[in-house]
Ligand binder design. Structure first.
Ligand SMILES: NC(=O)C[C@H](N)C(=O)O
Length: 362
């Protein structure tokens, strides 16, 4: 791994004014108390040199990132916890549950949370946390598209603006938020739309607000997206991140299949016995060959019809069968999470259908 010099604005990170250890959070201070949870991603990564924007490695801890921030001592108190330090392609149920447990345990103690995360799967995590946590405080997820070591990296600015957003009372009751490239987006709606551009988190539903020169502007009053169900997870949040393997296999297995010209039942038959449910990224707005639809109707498990581009799947485009359900506007990745939670909560096919309908017009 290539070492990067960390330019520390606080000479003594351990004792600097706004970064504190969890046990040192001053509960009587009137400044908002923000917990930052480090998960890794490009925001914490280092390239071979300052022009490198690919092939970089995760190289910075959350503490090292915090050390590069401008002074926030008049804005908030920050403490940190490194839950993992990974490219988000390695994020899985285990790490997601650790993040869930960390926030659940600390909800009463903090005024807001910032999660640093790889952008490839940041919207899966924001969507999962939205559906499983019962919260009104700001939960901000951020990442970057260029490594922290790159010229014009978006890494530190995204992190900095996330603290401003998480510290503001105006950010309460808006659900999970993704703060990237000066834009504030709903973590429920946001999708990554480009693999390279720093302006990647565009959403049809619009940005919630903007961040310019330390000023935070929301375009709409505080509100969460409509119809979001809340799933109660029956997990021990106190011991969840202490024991090994406690958090594995909590959620049922759901697979995503990607349809294309010539798609047939072969792959479906191969994977079907191993999964509790299947999401299919269909062609267009729910299209699958008739032979595949006929087979899927016979399965005694939920099949979610999603699209693999922008748009939605109207109900009339999919087979009329108890187990065949439209994902509405949901991407296949988010449909997978919603289906996992539905099956975990022992919902019937018609209850799962209602959930998809309510959450995103499925
Ligand atoms: N921009 C990024 O963060 C991409 C990186 N591969 C990740 O998801 O961890």
């Amino acid at each position: 791994m290539v070492a990067m010099e960390v330019h520390t604005i606080c000479d003594d990170v351990e004792n600097c004014q706004f970064i504190v250890k969890p046990e040192d959070v001053n509960l009587s201070s009137t400044l908002p108390k923000i917990k930052v949870i480090g998960c890794g991603g490009t925001i914490a990564s280092v390239g071979a040199n300052s022009s490198t924007t690919a092939g970089y490695k995760i190289g910075l801890t959350i503490q090292e990132l915090l050390a590069q921030l401008p002074d926030l001592s008049e804005v908030c108190q920050i403490d940190y916890e490194q839950v993992c330090n990974l490219d988000s392609k390695e994020m899985n149920e285990e790490y997601l549950m650790k993040v869930y447990a960390c926030i659940s345990r600390n909800l009463q103690k903090y005024d807001g949370f910032v999660i640093t995360h790889g952008t490839d799967t940041i919207t899966e995590s924001s969507f999962f946390l939205e559906l499983t946590l019962d919260f009104s405080c700001p939960i901000v997820l951020t990442g970057s598209m260029k490594p922290a070591s790159a010229l014009s990296s978006d890494s530190m600015m995204n992190l900095y603006s996330s603290f401003i957003v998480a510290s503001s009372p105006a950010s309460k009751n808006r659900g999970t938020l993704i703060v990237m490239n000066d834009q504030i987006t709903s973590g429920f709606y946001a999708n990554k739309t480009n693999a390279n551009s720093i302006d990647s988190f565009n959403v049809r539903q619009g940005y919630l607000g903007n961040f310019v020169n330390n000023e935070l502007h929301y375009y709409y009053p505080n509100n969460k997206p409509i119809g979001i169900p809340n799933f109660r997870l029956n997990v021990d949040i106190t011991s969840l991140d202490k024991k090994d393997n406690v958090y594995e296999n909590i959620l049922p297995n759901v697979v995503i299949l990607y349809a294309h010209q010539g798609f047939n039942c072969d792959l479906v038959k191969l994977v079907e016995p191993h999964y509790s449910g299947i999401v299919i990224a269909t062609m267009g707005a729910g299209s699958l060959p008739d032979s595949v639809n006929d087979y899927l109707k016979t399965l005694n498990k939920p099949i979610i019809y999603s699209k693999h581009m922008d748009g939605m799947v109207p109900k009339v485009n999919i087979p009329v069968s108890d187990n065949c359900i439209s994902a509405g506007y949901l991407t296949p990745e988010k449909a997978r999470i919603l289906l996992q939670l539905g099956i975990y909560s022992k919902k019937s096919h018609s209850e799962i259908r209602k959930t998809f309908h309510g959450v995103y017009g499925g």
